[in-house]
Write a protein that binds this ligand. Structure first.
Ligand code: ADP
Length: 505
């Protein structure tokens, strides 16, 4: 999301750089990488700051090189799936480096806005405040289920003053969270604005069902919380130009989709049947994605609908992977399962299927359903978060099609709920005129970054007290920078007593 969004921001005229750890894979792929600065005394020690460009978009990327922290096989977890024990130090170093850049590093442009993403970058806004930096901060929650919680006693080690580790009820700026230090909470409490990746998820996380214990914190900060849905890269995900699929097609000529269906049936060992309703599942195979419920629903679905086929691409919990493979073994020609992460096959899947089944217990935004709709594959999805925001539910009694339905939404998490929802979709599938309208609506929707980028730019402009984006980006940028500096001079000092702490952070 960050790399696609950064490119969209750049295209809208903003000067944008990405800061991320110099993971080995990032170092390998970034282009024109050169050192720009040294940083000493970060929570995890000393670092080199490198600058390069993203390989696909050319956006500037700053790579924080601390090989003892980041030159590892995994990003957040080791190959056995265990969180690295020093994740707090690793990501505190990243956040502290962001604050240094915002305060000013020679040869690096000083930002007006620092936009941090998810728990890994959650401490950024806290360090910005401690350092008295003028830049405004935005924190985006991508998935509240992962919070970056660590032992409270480690707070001092990463430069957090004791009063900010006190029991949260005594000080609302505290980053204590049920006896732990929470990087997610630090982002929520200390950022100037908090966003999440759909409007509905922004409301849902204020409730115990979706809040993962953070609902109280979020309610207290609700005034600065909003939702802005993610976009997709419409150049990469375009059925008219996609190199990964059997034959290109478009909303005005969907004939190529049949060839894609044939290819998908072949690749997944399914019976070649152009009229069989072909359902794709392409996601992490976890309980979040209702994959456990799907396992219990599939046999009954296959029995009830004799021509129904499933192509399943994913990886996740071992028990679920195995159960799906067992079902594929028991239903040859009707269920094909491929375990693994395979970008090319994901394109094939969205192009070749008729229906995408995408259950979710919670879904901050969701990309899979957006890809599916762009490829004329109609989603059947849970009515939660970004799924509910991006899919317009089909109603059979909408004779003029005024609602411009693009899929099917369902409530509940039981096999019956999934059965019923898929049954609704299959009823429409056998009526070609209804189905074509659904496909046309889905494929015509604009899921690109344009609208979301304008919303973020408006939020940034509002934060630095400037007017929203002007068509003349040169004028806008000058005014944003000037206003940001002015805002910095009269900003409320966080706590002057924390000044020393700030300098060391
Ligand atoms: P989440 O981030 O919760 O996993 P999203 O829908 O937001 O769900 O994003 C997941 C992305 O990863 C989508 O683009 C989806 O198509 C892709 N994806 C998931 N599993 C696989 C897989 N096994 N192979 C290829 N792509 C996958």
């Amino acid at each position: 999301m960050v790399s696609a969004y950064a490119a969209a921001l750049r295209d809208a005229g903003a000067a944008v750089s990405i800061l991320m750890p110099a993971y080995p894979a990032a170092l390998e792929r970034a282009v024109d990488v050169a050192p720009v600065a040294r940083m000493t005394g970060l929570p995890g020690g000393d670092a080199r700051l490198l600058r390069g460009h993203m390989p696909d978009t050319g956006v500037t990327v700053l790579l924080l090189q601390m090989d003892h922290l980041f030159a590892r096989e995994g990003l957040y977890r080791d190959p056995q799936g265990r969180d690295y024990l020093d994740n707090l130090t690793r990501f505190a170093s990243l956040a502290a480096a962001a604050a240094r850049v915002a305060r000013g590093v020679r040869n690096v442009k000083r930002p007006d806005i620092v936009h941090a993403h998810d728990w890994h970058a959650g401490l950024t806004s806290l360090y910005l405040r401690l350092a008295g930096v003028a830049a405004k901060s935005v924190f985006t929650i991508h998935n509240l289920a992962f919070q970056g919680n660590h032992p409270l006693a480690m707070g001092g080690w990463i430069g957090v003053p004791p009063e900010l580790l006190a029991p949260a009820l005594s000080d609302e700026r505290s980053i204590e969270f049920y006896g732990s230090l929470s990087m997610m909470k630090a982002g929520i409490v200390h950022a100037d604005r908090v966003t999440t990746v759909s409007r509905r998820y922004a409301r849902e996380i204020l409730t115990p069902r979706f809040g993962h214990g953070m609902e109280g914190v979020l309610q207290a900060q609700a005034g600065k919380l909003s939702g802005i849905v993610n976009g997709i890269d419409t150049a990469v995900w375009n059925p008219a130009t996609d190199k990964h699929i059997a034959r290109p097609y478009s909303v005005d000529d969907t004939a190529g989709k049949q060839a894609c269906k044939r290819e998908l049936q072949q690749a997944f060992g399914l019976t070649r049947d152009p009229f069989a309703p072909l359902v794709a599942i392409g996601s992490r195979l976890t309980e979040q994605k209702l994959a456990d419920v799907v396992v219990h629903t599939l046999p009954a679905l296959l029995e009830r609908h004799p021509r129904l086929q499933f192509a399943i691409l994913g990886q996740g919990e071992q028990g679920i992977e195995q159960a799906l493979q067992d079902i594929a073994g028991a239903w040859p020609g009707r269920v094909g399962v491929q375990i693994g992460y395979d970008e090319r096959r994901a394109h094939m899947l969205h192009a070749g299927a008729d229906i995408l089944l995408h259950g979710s217990r919670f879904e901050p935004c969701g990309l899979t359903q957006l890809y599916a709709m762009r490829y004329g594959t109609i989603p059947v999805a849970s009515r939660v978060g970004g799924l509910a925001d991006t899919i317009v539910d089909y109603l059979p009694h909408d004779p003029r099609g005024d609602r411009k339905a693009t899929g099917f939404l369902f409530d509940g998490e039981s096999p019956d709920d999934v059965m019923h929802a898929l049954g609704r979709a299959l009823d429409a599938f056998v009526e070609p005129s209804s189905w074509h309208v659904l496909q046309r609506n889905a494929m015509s929707r604009d899921f690109g970054w344009g609208a979301s980028t304008s919303n973020y730019l408006a939020l940034y402009a509002d934060l630095v007290d400037a007017r929203p984006a002007q068509p003349d980006t040169r004028v806008r940028k000058t005014s944003v920078r000037a206003r940001a500096a002015a805002a910095g001079s009269r900003r409320d000092e966080f706590n002057t007593g924390l000044g020393e702490m700030a300098r060391s952070a």
